[in-house]
Design a protein around this ligand. Structure first.
Ligand SMILES: Nc1ncnc2c1ncn2[C@@H]1O[C@H](COP(=O)(O)OP(=O)(O)OP(=O)(O)O)[C@@H](O)[C@H]1O
Ligand code: SF4
Ligand SMILES: [Mg+2]
Length: 338
């Protein structure tokens, strides 16, 4: 059974009085111990997916899904308290903007020590437990590669550089020894040495602790170096999913192909907020969403049928949502030649 299983997730959000389907039939699965990349242009809905999974959406937004399960349990049917327990112990999140997720009025020490669940501490006198908290906190800072731990522990979030804040957020996320870490663009705007440290840290945790990771990123090079599988998102619709090397070798969806063509050999790091440039046009706004397959107006292969949302289909663990996937078009061309 998958750890996280999202099938046909639709999220209607309020954009100033008008409700729009920001996510439309999104499907995504994370298996135990795997690193899954979620990739898509800026504004394609990656962070909304994260928020829908963890339940951090306003009450009046409309969320529907055929499945939204954590280890087989329906997240949408849970009470807030049940969901909080899972979020406290089993799923951890590193948010896109690390400093705004930290409490500005508390030192790093206070925030990290307070987040250590009681269950992880030995029973005993409070001073022994405080000592243990301190040791666990220092150990976590060390694990994520923060040097001078004691000095940083005494500082407030606004007193630390962005890369330390990001590493600290990862330390906070690891405190409860989660089974799944959701990291929303954790290497955004980082220079390459720090970025590589974070990527090595995440890969190491995956290998040594069997930590599953949902790695949300624009960074195709990072994805190719560490992710096992990837799901590609376009304008709130998932378009293709499968092993990274399979998608790289043989993309079946026109958008994935365009994405890979714009990044030959995955050798570029797409800057945040950039558009993936291999297709004419730009990602539509939420107020002007095309009907059916949202790639339609930009797709070189679009036909009349594309005004219907394509169902997800699979070939050998490789799934795609397209009425005219590339392998069928190749076969069609060959038949026409004969
Ligand atoms: N609270 C909100 N109210 C209205 N619209 C929102 C809200 N949050 C997100 N959106 C819109 O939903 C769409 C998806 O946003 P989201 O933040 O999920 O994109 P993203 O893929 O994470 O982009 P980026 O790579 O820049 O982080 C965008 O058009 C965004 O403007
Ligand atoms: S469904 Fe149609 S418009 Fe969408 S990607 Fe496939 S061919 Fe292009
Ligand atoms: Mg985002």
């Amino acid at each position: 059974m998958a750890l996280l299983d999202v099938k046909n997730l639709t999220l209607e959000i309020d954009t100033g009085g008008e409700f729009v389907k920001a996510l439309d039939k999104v499907s995504l699965m994370v298996e135990a111990g795997e690193i899954k990349a979620l990739v898509g242009e800026s504004g394609s809905g990656k962070s909304l997916i994260v928020r829908a999974i963890i339940g951090a959406i306003p009450d009046h937004w409309i969320i529907k899904a055929d499945r939204l399960t954590w280890k087989g349990q329906n997240l949408l049917a849970m009470s807030n308290e049940q969901r909080r327990v899972i979020m406290r112990r089993e799923i951890a999140v590193v948010f896109q903007d690390p400093t705004s997720s930290l409490d500005p009025s508390a030192t790093l020490r206070a925030q990290l020590e307070e987040s250590i669940p009681e269950e992880l501490l030995d029973k005993g006198m409070f001073w022994k437990r405080n000592k243990q908290r301190r040791e666990i906190a220092i150990g976590l800072m060390h694990k994520v590669g923060i040097k001078n731990q004691e000095s940083f522990m005494q500082r407030y979030p606004h007193e630390i550089p962005a890369d330390i804040a990001q590493k600290f957020m990862i330390a906070m996320a690891l405190v409860s020894e989660p089974e799944l870490l959701i990291a929303d663009d954790p290497t955004r705007s980082m220079e390459s040495t720090t970025k590589n440290q974070i990527l090595r840290l995440l890969s190491g945790l995956n290998e040594t602790k069997n930590l599953a990771i949902l790695f949300v990123s624009h960074d195709l090079l990072a994805i190719s170096s560490m992710a096992h599988t990837m799901t590609v998102l376009y304008c709130g619709q998932t378009v293709e999913s499968g092993r990274v090397k399979h998608l790289h070798r043989r993309p079946l969806h026109p958008y994935t192909k365009a994405l890979l063509d714009s990044a030959p050999s995955f050798q570029i790091n797409l800057p945040p907020k950039s558009h993936l440039v291999a297709l004419e046009g730009t990602i539509p706004t939420l107020q002007h969403l095309p009907i059916g397959c949202r790639l339609g107006p930009r797709c070189p292969n679009a036909r009349r049928e594309c005004v219907k949302v394509p169902e997800q289909r699979s070939i050998h663990h490789h799934s795609y949502s397209c009425h005219f996937p590339l392998h069928l078009l190749v076969e069609e061309k060959m038949e026409n030649k004969e």
